[in-house]
Design a binder for this molecule. Structure first.
Ligand code: SF4
Ligand code: SF4
Length: 215
């Protein structure tokens, strides 16, 4: 899931300077789960803007804000509303999907943080940086690219203390965790194999993938 956080309201207000008529767009998927772009958050933003003199011309919550064709259809609701700008409460992907389909300014009301696991309701943690060359098969299912502060792929840097990372002692050293996981799986021999330098060519932005026959 894409993890988002609300921007401070004064930052949102500054972006909307000079705008009177604004539409709000949320997202029924990740941003709803993160409580940044679901129905309650759109309502809260609407009340904030209206109590400060703006006119909210529409509130739209598509199932997924990152689907271009869906968004194109949803934005038809703004026809003849004299909307001057759109404020989106979805992730950065959703903001850009709206912007690609709008001919008025589009502003983000959130900061997009990371691809995250849901540990429990309202608690998210980063586990994959989408590197495009997954090494989890060698590391007991623990990602050293994300969970090691130095993204090391051939074992620890040597700086850990008591199993904690030298860069951020609040975090476990990923490689200590990997060692114990591989030990539990009976796969410690995997640590004896030196891996070649990680291939980051699939990590060059922006990336595009097509699984269509007509690519
Ligand atoms: S190795 Fe790459 S693809 Fe695999 S979990 Fe880590 S960041 Fe994600
Ligand atoms: S202490 Fe462990 S997690 Fe931290 S940078 Fe070194 S190897 Fe990576």
């Amino acid at each position: 899931m894409i993890i988002t956080q609300k921007k401070p309201l004064d930052e949102v207000w500054q972006m909307l300077e000079g705008v009177t008529r604004v539409a709000l767009v949320g997202c029924g998927s990740c941003a709803t789960s993160c409580k940044t772009g679901g129905e309650p958050e759109l309502q809260e933003m609407k009340e904030y803007l209206e109590s400060n003199g703006k006119i909210v011309t529409a509130t739209i919550i598509p199932n997924e804000s990152c689907q271009k064709l869906l968004m194109k259809k949803e934005l038809k609701a703004l026809k003849d509303t004299d909307t001057q700008a759109i404020l989106t409460l979805a992730c950065g992907d959703g903001v850009q999907t709206v912007a690609d389909n709008a001919n008025i300014p589009v502003y983000p009301a959130t900061n997009t943080m990371f691809l995250g696991q849901v540990e429990r309701v309202g608690l998210f943690s980063e586990a994959c940086r989408m590197c495009g060359d997954c090494v989890l098969g060698h590391t007991g299912g623990i990602c050293p690219i994300t969970k090691c502060a130095k993204s090391l792929v051939n074992g620890p840097c040597g700086g850990q203390k008591g199993g904690k990372c030298e860069v951020n002692p609040e975090n476990n050293c990923a490689w200590i965790d990997i060692y114990y996981r591989l030990d539990a799986l009976g796969q410690l021999d995997k640590l004896k194999t030196m891996r070649t330098d990680k291939d980051y060519k699939n990590f060059a932005f922006p990336r595009r993938i097509s699984i269509r026959e007509d690519k």
